[in-house]
Design a protein around this ligand. Structure first.
Ligand SMILES: Cc1ncc(COP(=O)(O)O)c(C=O)c1O
Length: 382
């Protein structure tokens, strides 16, 4: 039976499906981006982002994907030759290392086993080797489905090197899990519109602490489009340096309004509950998970397919047979795992549908799974 024209189910860790309220808000006439109407919306988005980030720091909005936001953080705070530590727990950790190397920083790329979080003891040992300009890390590593303990890692940096910058890629973790920018003393925090904000890709937000502003003053990395200085003049007016992606900003305003209505703790609890549904179902089916329970991401779960089944095959058949889009393994995990996103506008019943499809798919492939047990275990959690 062809399912090509039936509902498409997006189950990847961003972009997430978009709520109708946000789609409607984005369906807006273009208005002058230097005029008062747009400026008011932009200021509202910047204020609401401060709520999401739990910060009083400046937040700048760039027309960019999340990777651009990571580059913003690097080029505005570092200089060629600066020693930095990258806590690399997956593909996006490797990306931070690549960006730093592209700008000729002296990178200590501290790699952890895939599926494990960054170990504060290892960080402590690296920090004891000598002063560094910055420590860069992911809040949530999307490629492995692992949540870092940012609070403990940040405390470790502050204890040993109080002046080092802490630069956090919170692209997939922001609002999916707690991130207390000010309380944890984080210097630059990057987020992206297409994740828990439930808005299409194209907006990156970056928070900047007083320590990061000080680093900016001496930073010698080449920059123009990303330059904090250009944004500093514009942001207080509710403007961006370049033409902003207006539709996305209207979407961000609505997405943030929805999150505030739901309440921060409830948003976090929703992501956790969805994570637990996926993990309970996989375990009941007898599937192995990449991350352990203590460090499991509330945004995405990385799953090993049953013996003899390739992760890429799962992805193709889920798409072809059920119109469910799941995510592939990345880098060294390509083909070995597949990932289910439970981030943003995804609810428990969407997940149970996807889990039912997985069960049917594995049964068709003749895999040894406990057919029916996954969905049952998930239903027990409703
Ligand atoms: C943790 C993390 N960092 C950075 C990025 C890069 O974002 P983008 O693909 O929007 O450039 C992603 C994208 O999935 C991500 O999950």
């Amino acid at each position: 039976m062809s399912r090509k024209l039936i509902k498409y189910n997006l189950m990847i860790p961003g972009p997430t499906p978009i709520p109708t309220r946000i789609l409607a808000a984005m369906n807006h006439d273009m208005i002058g981006h230097r005029g008062p109407l747009f400026s008011a919306v932009m200021k509202e988005v910047m204020e609401d982002l401060k709520w999401a980030y739990e910060t009083k720091n400046d937040i700048f909005i760039y027309p960019s994907s999340g990777t651009g936001g990571m580059e913003v953080a690097v080029v505005n705070t570092l200089s060629p030759g600066d020693k930095v530590i990258v806590l690399n727990i997956g593909n996006f950790g490797s990306r931070f290392a690549k960006i730093c190397k592209a700008y000729e920083a002296d990178v200590n790329d501290v790699k952890f086993e895939r599926g494990r979080p960054a170990d504060p003891k290892v960080l402590e040992a690296e920090l004891k080797k000598g002063p560094v300009k910055a420590v860069l890390l992911q809040q949530n590593e999307t490629s492995t489905g692992v949540l870092n303990d940012v609070e403990t890692l940040a405390r470790t940096v502050r204890k040993l090197q109080p002046d080092a910058l802490i630069i956090v890629d919170a692209v997939s973790g922001m609002m999916a899990a707690p991130l207390k920018t000010d309380e944890w003393d984080l210097d630059v925090v990057v987020s992206g519109s297409q994740k828990a904000f439930m808005v299409p890709p194209g907006v990156a937000a970056v928070s900047i602490s007083a320590r990061a502003w000080k680093a900016y003053e001496t930073s010698k990395c080449p920059k123009h489009y990303w330059d904090f200085g250009l944004m500093k003049e514009q942001a207080p007016k509710g403007h961006t340096y370049t033409t902003p992606p207006e539709s996305l900003i209207f979407g961000m305003a609505e997405g943030l309004k929805m999150l505030k209505e739901e309440g921060r703790e409830n948003v976090h609890a929703r992501h956790k509950a969805n994570r637990d549904i996926v993990r309970a179902a996989c375990k009941a089916l007898g599937l192995k998970l990449l991350a352990d329970d203590a460090h499991a991401s509330p945004a995405v779960t990385a799953i090993f397919p049953p013996e003899g089944v390739d992760g890429e095959e799962v992805r193709k058949l889920m798409r072809d047979d059920f119109n469910v889009e799941v995510a592939p393994g990345q880098s060294e995990l390509k083909g070995k795992i597949f990932r289910i996103g439970h981030l943003g506008y995804v609810d428990s019943l969407d997940l149970i549908g996807a889990l039912a499809a997985i069960e049917v798919l594995f049964k068709r492939l003749g895999a040894k799974i406990n057919f029916g047990n996954g969905v049952r275990a998930a239903m027990e959690l409703l």
